[in-house]
Design a protein around this ligand. Structure first.
Ligand code: ATP
Length: 140
């Protein structure tokens, strides 16, 4: 089995979507191995999204990601990385509402930035992001 890092972003938490998202997680066959609610500061949000640091939307992204608490979860199942990405839908929630109406971003996202959830995009990112939030722990 595989592990991935899932996050309910500040708009998802503040909009009270956490329970609906967690229901979708469990109904899709994932086990929630660890979870924690944290408030990211500017430095930590910038580090998490360092690959986007040269993008025009970076400062706006950091402001969004520090605008309230986030819920981070380690999800486990077979093919967890790709399956969680499929369930959350495309990055731009406006497009998700049209092309993937049953996706999580269609349900609770607003646009290309405020898209309410995150999922690791590869096994390598999953490992990095899990240790970013939970440290180098064994989770089985
Ligand atoms: P995530 O990494 O959060 O799961 P993603 O992999 O679907 O999202 P990325 O391209 O890695 O998308 O972008 C990271 C985040 O940056 C997006 O989730 C979104 O919040 C924000 N973002 C991406 N593109 C834009 C954009 N064009 N304008 C504003 N914000 C954006």
């Amino acid at each position: 089995e595989e592990e991935t890092l899932a996050m309910v972003k500040p708009d998802g938490v503040l909009g009270n979507y956490t329970e609906r998202i967690k229901n979708a997680v469990v109904e899709s066959g994932f086990s929630i191995i660890r979870e924690t609610v944290i408030q990211l500061d500017e430095h930590r949000a910038s580090t998490f999204y360092v690959e986007h640091s040269s993008k025009s939307f970076f400062s706006s992204l950091v402001k969004y990601m520090t605008s309230g608490p986030v819920l981070v979860m380690i999800l486990k199942k077979e093919n967890a990385v790709a399956d969680w990405r499929a369930i959350i839908g495309p990055t731009d929630a406006r497009k998700a509402k049209i092309t993937h109406p049953h996706s999580i971003r269609a349900m609770c996202g607003l646009n290309a930035e405020k898209n309410c959830v995150h999922g690791s995009d590869s096994l390598e990112s999953a490992r990095r992001e899990i240790s970013f939030f939970f440290g180098e722990i064994s989770t089985d």
